[in-house]
Write a protein that binds this ligand. Structure first.
Ligand code: SF4
Length: 398
């Protein structure tokens, strides 16, 4: 994770927001940061990744020390075995890059980077920086699997690359920048290459916007990035943009709307759905904290009946003569669980030939989605009559 441990107001990770919605950074600073297990889980995976990289490239610690440090991390409550495999993917990528240089490159891990020349007081920490030949590579491990993140002209990565350039340009003749985002849980490695000149010119172009954001000036401009904003539930600009939906479409001429209107409404409805979810979470937290949200209350969620002690319950049944075999189902573990059980290398050798990946059912997605569009031929090959399969087709977000 490229992170800002002591947060910069103009954080690189928040740049999608403040580059478009300049007053957002100051507004967010007035709101508490939400705690999430996902963020903590990501931090733990990063610590494991960092330990592996340090052992391999920075400090050649012995196996005992390494194992004891790893064990400490494994004792943390959010640790999962799959973190070892996913951080191996990260480690493998970095090793490949490092060994791709003709002579050993410079490597820095968890390096504090200052991009304050371009965005006032901007700083953060880069996961891994590698400099060799005329190239600076900056790599970011993203442990999340909710939203795929592309490195392509990614402002977060570019701000960190600017910070790295400010630090190292005096020592190395850097002409090329390669930014990589490794998202192992989505099987995704995204790279973007650009010249130092292009990066610097982008840095110059954002200076006035960053200054505006630093001062909290400009218009609130809602966009996709709102879902990552601390004000996402209660921001007035977002509320007004979402509520405009009814104004715009209530004047549509009856009786039927066109496909063009369907496309527009779907796009807006997706934003509405995300916003409604944010509002629900916000209202529940407010009520649980003792505030009043008129018209709403907190209730216990639905739950299913369950045995307090399943062994005892079944013991009673078997004592009545019931065959124990009738009380248990035998079912295979999943492919992922099997791979975890036997290890990826052995799995590949023994079982790769048995693995198939059928095409997914047709689902609706916005044009910006990176996957290839389903053609009617592809759909018919996969499903026969496409009309029959539409019953189960769903709407997919990007
Ligand atoms: S919710 Fe969206 S529009 Fe509102 S401040 Fe945050 S980024 Fe800007």
């Amino acid at each position: 994770m490229i992170s800002e441990s002591a947060h910069a107001l103009l954080s690189a990770s928040g740049s999608h927001k403040w580059l478009h919605c300049t007053p957002s950074a100051r507004l967010e600073a007035t709101l508490p940061e939400a705690q999430s297990d996902y963020a903590d889980e990501g931090r733990l995976a990063h610590e494991i990744g960092e330990l592996k990289l340090r052992k391999a490239f920075i400090e050649p610690i012995g196996t005992r020390t390494y194992n004891s440090r790893l064990k400490k991390l494994q004792e943390k409550p959010l640790y999962q075995d799959e973190m070892l495999r996913h951080t191996d993917t990260y480690m493998d990528y970095i090793s490949k890059v490092v060994h791709g240089f003709s002579s050993p490159p410079y490597i820095a891990i968890e390096k504090k980077l200052d991009y304050g020349t371009y965005a006032p007081e901007g700083f953060g920490t880069g996961d891994c920086i590698i400099i060799g030949g005329n190239t600076l590579r900056i790599c970011d491990l993203k442990y999340g699997k909710g939203v795929p993140v592309s490195a392509d002209m990614n402002p977060q990565m570019m701000l960190y690359a600017l910070g790295a350039l400010s630090e190292y340009a005096i020592l190395y003749a850097i002409e090329k920048i390669v930014m990589t985002i490794i998202q192992p849980r989505l099987d995704s490695i995204s790279e973007c290459e650009l010249s130092t000149a292009d990066l610097l010119s982008w840095g110059e172009s954002i200076k006035p916007v960053a200054q505006k954001a630093y001062e909290g000036l400009g218009e609130f401009v809602p966009g996709d990035y709102c879902q990552f904003c601390r004000a996402k539930a209660t921001c007035r600009a977002r509320a007004e943009a979402n509520l405009k939906l009814t104004d715009e479409f209530c004047f549509m001429k009856p009786p039927l709307i066109s496909n063009e209107e369907v496309g527009q409404i779907l796009e807006r409805a997706q934003n509405l759905a995300k916003w409604a979810k944010n509002l629900e979470e916000y209202a529940l937290n407010e009520i649980l904290a003792g505030s009043v949200v008129p018209g709403w209350k907190a209730v216990a969620g639905r739950s299913n009946r369950q045995f307090a002690d399943v062994d005892q319950a079944f013991k009673i049944l078997t004592s009545t003569g019931m065959d124990e075999a009738m009380l248990y189902k035998r079912q295979p573990i999943t492919l992922t669980e099997t791979e975890k059980l036997v290890g990826p290398a052995k799995f590949k050798v023994l079982l790769d030939a048995f693995v198939i990946k059928p095409p997914g059912k047709p689902a609706l997605a916005p044009l910006s989605d990176k996957r290839d569009a389903y053609t009617r031929i592809t759909a018919e090959e996969a499903f026969g009559n496409i009309n029959n399969s539409n019953e189960n087709g769903g709407l997919e977000n990007e």
